[in-house]
Write a protein that binds this ligand. Structure first.
Ligand SMILES: NC(=O)C1=CN([C@@H]2O[C@H](COP(=O)(O)OP(=O)(O)OC[C@H]3O[C@@H](n4cnc5c(N)ncnc54)[C@H](O)[C@@H]3O)[C@@H](O)[C@H]2O)C=CC1
Ligand SMILES: O=C(O)[C@H]1O[C@H](OP(=O)(O)OP(=O)(O)OC[C@H]2O[C@@H](n3ccc(=O)[nH]c3=O)[C@H](O)[C@@H]2O)[C@H](O)[C@@H](O)[C@@H]1O
Length: 463
């Protein structure tokens, strides 16, 4: 069998870009991305895609309705596919055993049940969602217990390592493609079939074959190591502020050691995004379930440091503004969790906004890609406030950074968008209330120039 039809369940930040790139690189394969969300599928079929990702619009426009399809007809798409990616969300559980820590596998399990119920031919089922170690075993058990006669399944683990904002680039030039399989001849066969898809553009040397459990754990480990680097450099930023050292200089100094390397050493307001926190919580929970408390505590500390960093930054804003922000107008530049995405999941900006709103501040928010409705939704969420009407009265969402900063006391940089670097800060300064403050949570601006203009500048990891 050669794979000619792929179904991807879950048209989100992973399913959409991944399948668009597969469709572009494999013109001989029909790729159908399905979702239970009618709205999301209709957005994928419209001019304005549901997610912003540089380079993605062009690929979708080129492949859509050629060999790339977005559909809500889940059953039909599963039935006709040889290979099925499960790319649904695996959020942190909000109820029951493991609440607040374990991964919620309801959506993955629902996919497995649907696949078992509707499949009338053999399928390779590929776990692309990030899952706890041994999740593939549960998927296989569900498939095996519910399938139609004479239908066989192979389950592979093929975690995704793309970063938002550079997803297309990451997918085209992946550092590695990891595929874990059952250690049987059928497992090896399934691995080869999936490899053949990737070999259309990924060199063979970059395809890494492991057993299923190593593959699942590698995904959690990779995110844990990346998050750990950020928490490590952020912990150094605290020492820098207390001593007069400069964290950028320290990061450069350690990053030049080829054993350490320069990436992921950017001290910041804290890491955000839908995965680092969720995957670390999941890892900590797995360690606890395996009765490995020392290991659990070790990884929990990466998360604790991130909470500390977000709080430190928010508190610094309040302290610097003479210990009160009540009634003061503060501009937030950036609301997304990083540049080049409109995604706000676990964005540190939400933490900063919540702290300032709790203290009675008024916020003018500008982000080039986040939809105003999303900002309102995030800031009126029950985790953020028990008084949503008051929040709506306290925020203004702007589509222009100059208007957003007009007549405000301070600017807080929460996202490292390139456009914030090149704004006319002299012009901005003229129209702000004095003393005018800038809190650079991303260390992207030229602080000396800003100070010369007259700004009171505060940043991370430097006095
Ligand atoms: N966002 C990212 O950059 C990365 C995410 N991941 C992992 O990939 C997985 C997906 O993440 P995202 O794409 O960000 O999630 P997402 O929330 O953007 O998309 C998931 C989609 O699955 C759909 N869905 C849920 N249950 C379904 C079902 N039974 N049938 C059909 N559709 C269903 C949802 O409606 C949603 O549109 C997660 O496990 C995540 O940890 C891995 C690498 C990168
Ligand atoms: O599993 C996932 O979801 C993905 O999680 C991260 O990707 P992503 O969250 O999209 O973005 P990152 O570039 O990792 O940034 C995460 C957060 O860390 C922050 N960050 C990053 C790097 C740095 O040096 N300092 C820093 O504060 C970013 O601003 C952002 O808030 C990983 O980088 C991907 O490999 C992984 O596939």
């Amino acid at each position: 069998m050669a794979v000619t039809k792929i179904c991807c369940i879950g048209a989100g930040y992973v399913g959409g870009p991944t399948c668009s790139v597969i469709a572009m690189q494999c013109p001989h394969i029909k790729v159908t991305v399905v979702d239970i969300s009618v709205q999301r599928i209709s957005q994928w079929n419209s001019e304005k895609l549901p997610i912003y990702e540089p380079g993605l619009d062009d690929i979708v426009k080129k492949q859509r309705n050629v060999n790339l399809f977005f559909s809500t007809n889940i059953e039909e798409s599963i039935q006709e596919a040889d290979l099925i990616f499960i790319s649904v969300n695996t959020p942190t559980k909000t109820f029951g055993v493991g609440k607040g820590r374990a991964a919620d596998l309801t959506y993955v399990e629902n996919c497995a049940r649907t696949i078992a119920q509707v499949s009338t031919s053999d399928k390779i089922v590929v776990e692309k969602s990030t899952v706890p170690v041994r999740a593939a075993e549960s998927i296989l058990k569900i498939l095996s217990a519910n399938h139609k006669p004479n239908v066989k399944f192979q389950v592979l683990s093929n975690p995704e390592f793309l970063s938002e904002g550079v997803a297309v680039e990451n997918l085209l030039n992946a550092d590695r493609v990891l595929i874990g399989h059952e250690e049987t001849s059928d497992g090896l066969w399934a691995f080869k079939e999936l490899s053949k898809v990737y070999l259309n553009w990924i060199p063979e040397s970059k395809i890494l074959r492991t057993n299923t459990w190593s593959s699942e754990l590698t995904k959690l480990a990779a995110n844990a190591f990346l998050a750990q680097r950020i928490s490590s450099i952020n912990s150094m930023s605290v020492i820098c502020e207390a001593t007069g050292a400069d964290v950028s200089e320290v990061a450069k100094g350690i990053g030049l050691d080829s054993r350490i390397g320069p990436k992921f050493l950017q001290a910041s307001v804290g890491f955000g995004g839908s995965c680092f926190q969720k995957d670390l919580l999941n890892l900590v929970y797995i360690c606890e379930c395996l009765n490995l408390p020392q290991v659990a505590v070790y990884w929990q500390q990466v998360l604790d440091m991130n909470v500390y960093q977000k709080s430190r930054f928010s508190n610094k804003i309040i302290e610097s503004l003479f210990n009160t922000v009540t009634g003061k107008k503060i501009t937030m530049f950036g609301f997304a969790f990083k540049k080049d995405t409109g995604d706000t999941r676990e964005s540190p900006a939400i933490h900063v906004a919540k702290t300032l709103l709790d203290e009675g501040a008024k916020l003018n928010i500008y982000d080039p890609k986040v939809e105003p409705e999303q900002i309102k939704k995030d800031l009126t969420h029950p985790y953020v406030t028990d008084n949503p009407e008051n929040v709506i009265k306290s925020i203004e969402i702007h589509d222009n950074p100059y208007r957003a900063s007009h007549s405000t006391h301070a600017i807080v940089i929460c996202t490292e968008w390139d456009e914030f670097v090149n704004l006319d800060y002299e012009e901005i300064y003229k129209h702000m209330i004095k003393p005018a403050f800038i809190f650079d949570g991303r260390k992207i601006l030229n602080h000396e120039t800003l100070a010369t203009i007259g700004f009171q500048v505060h940043t991370i990891g430097k006095r």
